[in-house]
Write a protein that binds this ligand. Sequence first.
Ligand code: HEC
Length: 141
Amino acid sequence: MSETFTKAMARNIFYGGAVFFFLLFLGLTFDTMQQLPSRDHRENITDSVVRGKHIWETRNCIGCHTLMGEGAYFAPELGNVYVRRGGPFIKAWIQSQPTGVPGRRQMPNFNLNEQELDDMVAFLKWTSEVNTNKWPPNIEG
Ligand code: HEC
């Protein structure tokens, strides 16, 4: 009798496992929520960063680029572009599109004004400072 694997035992393993992993899930979620503020530096999200994010979304930059690995693979990852290139380069780059260089993929001109360019740079600077545990892998910077 004691050697038999009963229905009651199977049920206990099922419910016990479900409760255990649900509690583990809650614990890990709590741990993540605790870590996020120091990783995303939300205290640095200025109005300019917010406006830059809005430009990022309304101009569909992510339709060609990835940001922290998310997006399209037509154009370079931009999560680290601020570190690689710096603000002045990014502004000059956006203004001088399309380059028209034969054989190179082209980026449209978005006719951004000086304020919008600064906002775009502010957003990309904030993005570059988010601690993503070096995600995505294999990119410079
Ligand atoms: C239609 C596709 C497309 C869209 C939309 C687009 N880009 Fe690009 N972007 C490109 C391509 C292609 C390149 C690389 C061109 C090259 O290297 O000659 C590029 C390069 C860049 C670079 C330089 C990257 C580097 O590593 O030096 C920056 C900065 C940039 N884009 C910002 C933006 C921003 C900001 C937006 C939205 C406002 C945007 N792009 C929207 C296609 C696009």
